[in-house]
Design a protein around this ligand. Structure first.
Ligand code: AQP
Length: 345
């Protein structure tokens, strides 16, 4: 974690992050988020991790699939090493404070800020008139997720940086409008070799759960054969691996595979290049596939084990929601008080 800035230093360090239960958890979600969440927990700082089901429904979700995807994501958190006794793990809709604070932030955030959000443009596409109002207001709900707990640090992938910056803008405007330093200015924590894992079919697009092509991503539920096949078929160029990182400039797909290898091996892209310089992809890809299978296989097996007991998953989420609510309630009460709303019961 980075040093707290002056605007966060008045607040005790607290980490918050979330993932949408929108199905098909990917290697990108694993390297950019899940794996790092478990590591942060091991530093001893207070950690709150959320399954953001209210964010997921900003685009259509089949109800039965949403329930399954929520349990699957909980199982993935646990399989990646999250300990529900040390970290708080829950699904967002069980703590009403997220929606309540989001409404206040809808009235703080400006339309112009929302109009600059690239994720809305990407997700709404050409048909933005038909996108849900929730998709447009997504960043205000995300600001509420973070600030409801006075979180100071937010580990995310590169794609979420703009939303954390907007959260800082919301906190600053609220504090300025009401004339007090009530909300912290949270820091995005974007670290490691795989802060933006790219599609296996197009090195200019991020690997995403909702990409229509299953070959574009490695799912956490893929078996060894599927992982090996997807890596073998990953788009690359005909050149062998270069002797330094500079040689990967303008080779987005090759760079992506080197970054994935480095992240899985817990090393740097420089070290991977030093070890594999001059190798053709016909040799590098099988090495990468072996590494990915060795790494993801045990996680998939643990996920399957957790998913065998859905009642236990629901119990963990309920207990996590109670703990989250206990932190959020006084912060929300004080927010209403600052805004001037009567709390008489
Ligand atoms: N390709 C990626 N590389 C690195 N990090 C990634 N993350 C997502 N994709 C990558 C990180 O995973 C966390 C959870 O993301 P999310 O599920 O809330 O939403 P997202 O960023 O929109 O992820 P997807 O996979 O693209 O989901 P869909 O397709 O449903 O929108 C975040 O920390 C994110 O940075």
């Amino acid at each position: 974690m980075t040093e707290a800035t002056s605007s966060t230093s008045a607040f005790a360090p607290r980490v918050f992050s979330g993932i949408q239960p929108s199905g098909n958890l990917t290697l990108g979600n694993y390297l950019g988020a899940l794996r790092r969440f478990a590591k942060v927990q091991d530093t001893g700082v207070e950690t709150i991790y959320c399954i953001v089901d209210m964010h997921a429904i900003t685009v259509w979700q089949d109800p039965g699939k949403l329930t399954r995807a929520t349990r699957e994501l909980a199982a993935a958190y646990l399989a990646c090493g999250l300990d529900p006794a040390r970290s708080i793990l829950f699904n967002q809709s069980q703590v009403p404070g997220h929606a309540q604070l989001a409404w206040i932030f809808n009235c703080v955030a400006r339309l112009g800020w929302m109009n600059r959000m690239t994720q809305f443009k990407d997700k709404a596409g050409k048909n933005s008139e038909n996108a849900s109002l929730g998709l447009y207001a997504y960043p205000a709900l995300m600001a509420a997720d973070i600030l409801l707990y006075h979180a100071t640090h937010v580990p995310v992938g590169e794609d979420q940086k703009q939303h954390v910056e907007l959260t800082r803008d919301v906190a600053a405007k609220f504090n300025h409008d009401f004339g007090l330093e009530f909300f912290p200015s949270p820091e995005p924590v974007i670290e490691g070799a795989a802060t933006r894992v790219m599609s296996l079919r197009d090195g200019t697009k991020k690997m995403s759960k909702s990409d229509p092509s299953d070959m574009s991503r490695i799912n956490l539920t893929d078996d060894a054969d599927a992982i090996a096949q997807k890596i073998r078929k990953a788009r690359t160029d005909p050149e062998p691996l270069p002797s330094d990182l500079e040689g990967l400039k303008d080779r987005a797909e090759a760079r992506n595979l080197v970054n994935i290898y480095a992240a899985l091996a817990d090393t740097t892209p420089e070290a991977v290049i030093a070890e594999h310089a001059g190798q053709p992809f016909s040799a590098f890809k099988p090495a990468l596939a072996d590494l990915a299978v060795a790494h993801l296989g045990p996680i998939t097996a643990r996920m399957t084990e957790y998913l065998g007991d859905p009642a236990e998953i629901d119990r963990i989420l309920g207990a996590g929601a109670d703990r989250a609510h206990a932190i959020a309630a006084p912060i929300l009460d004080r927010t209403y008080d600052i805004v001037g709303m009567i709390r008489s019961r």
